[in-house]
Structures are given as structure tokens and as C-alpha cells.
Design a protein around this ligand. Structure first.
Ligand code: ACO
Length: 336
């Protein structure tokens, strides 16, 4: 049986570092409140002046160049782009086509995935299926977000605004040399009954007129989050997703080298580690430095993990995500 494996990774963070002290100048908050509730110390924001333009496709392009170079590949070696984001460059078309334009590969298919915090694992499952089926050989997955230009810098939105950061992570997948290594399984879930607990509803197609003057003041264009409901579901769905990945492959926690969760909130990750009785260091956290970068958070974390030499051949990695939708997902990989 043919399997897919991760060949290479890259990450790109925009140059502007926004510490919690900087955040205190943008919204009524404090370094102490942010650290205590979320573990976040700083995040990266794009630095755009009015009239300037930069999109998630541009951040993903920078990360793609690094991943391609590390793989010793040219853009023309890529057979398909999959782009996961909740903050696309435009309402339409999707950001995948723009990344394809940046990479100079016209004609190569580009698929956009809209599953927010779970977007990277949803994208990974699609790429895995295509490669297993022999339809494509090399697939580039980008997870990229620009949150900073779409947040509410006031008291109403501050519980959301302090959480998020901008950035991009890219992985390149290809066929594994053997059946034992690579992506072992992926598992996807969704429950739309909770769609409005974590959402940005406008401009959406449900309303007539779609664009109306009160949109500027009724908060409906900004992210809405029921933080307690998100927390409650996250701390049960993350462990379920991780367990599902282990059970599907007859693995126990002792077999797992590293769990790389979507970096939602350090308190959520700590609660998951505690509930699952993970060993110290078995769950990777970097939200302290990046904030929550949604679809970019797992590929950014994986890129750091590889840079630090934390994974060796045969190591088992479990990736898990939970987020808006609600959606949750996991993947099990035997590293090659
Ligand atoms: N700075 C200072 N004070 C704040 C801020 C802020 N940024 N935001 C809210 N507050 C205040 C509130 O106004 C409130 O004040 P009051 O008691 O005087 O009314 C107080 O802090 C508590 O507000 P709550 O909203 O009830 O805060 P809570 O204790 O629930 O913590 C938080 C909020 C951190 C968002 C928490 O609900 C949480 O961790 N939820 C999980 C959500 C999450 O992590 N989402 C990540 C994105 S989604 C994902 O990736 C899965």
C-alpha cells in the first residue's frame, strides 16, 4: 500500500513582534491577564500602512520557498496546492490560486480548505488520500493567517484580540518509500450545532442586503467567541481526537514521541496534557511566542520541532486540532 509522508517544512512570520506590553496600548488589557488566561507572551503582526497590501498568499509564499529549498525541489515539482486559512486574501477567489501565481506554476490545481483551527489536519487528510490513491505525487499544503487586520481593538473584542497572531507554515508531501513510514491515519469530525460559538458571520450570503451600514458598528464582521464554551469542548475533544489516532494504529501513549496540538491556548493544552497524563515535554507548545495562528499553528510548530531535531526516524507523532465549526481532527504519523 502506498503511503504519504512529509518531505519538508517551512515557516514565515511577519517581522513585527507585538508583546503583551504592546497589546496594552492597543486594547484595555494587561500582560498579566493575557499570560494567566492564555500563556501568550508575544505574537507577530503584519506591519501595513493604510493603502499597502499583503495577503496570506504572500506569507505562504515565503514559507513555501523555504520548504522547497530544503526539499531540493522546484515549484514545478508540485502537483497540487492545498491552502488552509480563515483569513483569505479576498472573499473570492481562494488564496491557493494566488500562491500558485506567486510560485509561478500556472495550471497546477489549487484547493482551499475552510476549517479554521482544524484546517491544516483537514488539508493533510485530503493530501494523504490523493497520494495514497496515486493521483498526485507531490502536494504543498499551506496554513496561513493574517488575523491582525481583522480584530476588534476595543473592550468588546479584547478577549479575542489578545489571542491571535499572524504567520504561515508550509509542508510538502510525497510518496513514502515503504508502507511502515508516513501518515498512518487521519480522523476528521465536525458538529455544526456549535457553529455560532466561534465565528465571524459577515459579510455572509445569508442576509439581504449582504452589505448594510450597521455592519460597521454591530461587531458582526469581527470574530465572535464564547470562550467558556470553546474551552469546555476543547478540553474533551482534543483528548478524544488524540485517543482516536492512537487506537486506530494500536498505539499507546508510551509509543508516542510527540503530540503537536493546534496552539489554541496554553491553558487548553495544559488541561489536555493533565487529563491524558502525558509525560513532561510530550506535548509541544509554542503559543507563548506566536499566539494562536489558527490554520498555521501546527505546520509552524512542526517546522520548529524539526529544526530542533526533536524527531527521528520511526518516532510516532500525533497531531490534533479543535476549533471553529466546531471541528476537531487528528493525524498519526510514523516519521521517516
Ligand atoms: N484583558 C483584560 N480583561 C479582559 C480581557 C482582556 N483581554 N478579556 C476579557 N476581560 C475581562 C472581562 O471583561 C471580564 O471582566 P468582568 O469579570 O469584570 O466582567 C473578565 O475579564 C473575565 O472575562 P471572561 O470572558 O469571562 O474571561 P474568561 O475567564 O472566560 O477567559 C478566555 C477568557 C481566556 C478567552 C477563556 O474563556 C478561554 O481560555 N477560552 C478558550 C478560548 C480559546 O482559547 N480560544 C482560542 C481560539 S479558538 C481555538 O483555537 C480553538
Amino acid at each position: 500500500m502506498r503511503r504519504a509522508k512529509i518531505i519538508s517544512t517551512g515557516r514565515y512570520l511577519p517581522p513585527k513582534v507585538v508583546t503583551n506590553k504592546d497589546m496594552e496600548k492597543l486594547v484595555p488589557t494587561s500582560d498579566e491577564w493575557i499570560r494567566e488566561r492564555t500563556g501568550i507572551e508575544q505574537r507577530y503582526f503584519v506591519d501595513l500602512k493604510p493603502g499597502e497590501e499583503l495577503g496570506v498568499s504572500d506569507l505562504a509564499y515565503e514559507a513555501s520557498k523555504i520548504a522547497l529549498e530544503r526539499a531540493g525541489m522546484q515549484p514545478s515539482d508540485i502537483d497540487l496546492i492545498i491552502f488552509a486559512t480563515l483569513s483569505p486574501d479576498y472573499v473570492f477567489p481562494g488564496s491557493g490560486v494566488l500562491l500558485g501565481k506567486n510560485l509561478g506554476i500556472p495550471g497546477v490545481g489549487a484547493l482551499d480548505v475552510r476549517n479554521q483551527c482544524s484546517g491544516f489536519i483537514y488539508a493533510l487528510s485530503v493530501a494523504d488520500a490523493y497520494i495514497r490513491a496515486g493521483i498526485y505525487d507531490h502536494i504543498l499544503i499551506a496554513g496561513a493567517e493574517i488575523h491582525s487586520t481583522g480584530l476588534e481593538y476595543n473592550e468588546h473584542g479584547r478577549h479575542v484580540t489578545v489571542l491571535f497572531g499572524d504567520g504561515a507554515g508550509v509542508v510538502i508531501l510525497g510518496p513514502s518509500e515503504d508502507e511502515e513510514h508516513g501518515i498512518l491515519s487521519t480522523h476528521l469530525h465536525a458538529d455544526g450545532r456549535y457553529a455560532l460559538e466561534l465565528c465571524a458571520i459577515n459579510p455572509g450570503s445569508r442576509r439581504v442586503p449582504r452589505i448594510y451600514p450597521e455592519m460597521l458598528t454591530d461587531h458582526s464582521m469581527y470574530p465572535h467567541m464564547n470562550g467558556r464554551e470553546v474551552f469546555k469542548h476543547a478540553v474533551t475533544k482534543f483528548p478524544k481526537a488524540i485517543m482516536e489516532a492512537m487506537e486506530a494504529n494500536n498505539l499507546t501513549l508510551d509509543d508516542v514521541k510527540l503530540v503537536i496540538p493546534h496552539q489554541a491556548n496554553l491553558r487548553i493544552s495544559e488541561a489536555v496534557a493533565q487529563r491524558m497524563k502525558l509525560k513532561p515535554g510530550q506535548l509541544y507548545s509554542n503559543i507563548q511566542r506566536y499566539g494562536n495562528t489558527t490554520a498555521a499553528s501546527i505546520p509552524i510548530a512542526l517546522d520548529e520541532v524539526l529544526e530542533q531535531g526533536m524527531l527521528e526516524r520511526d518516532d510516532i507523532v500525533i497531531m490534533a486540532a479543535f476549533g471553529s465549526g466546531f471541528t476537531w481532527a487528528s493525524a498519526a504519523i510514523r516519521w521517516s
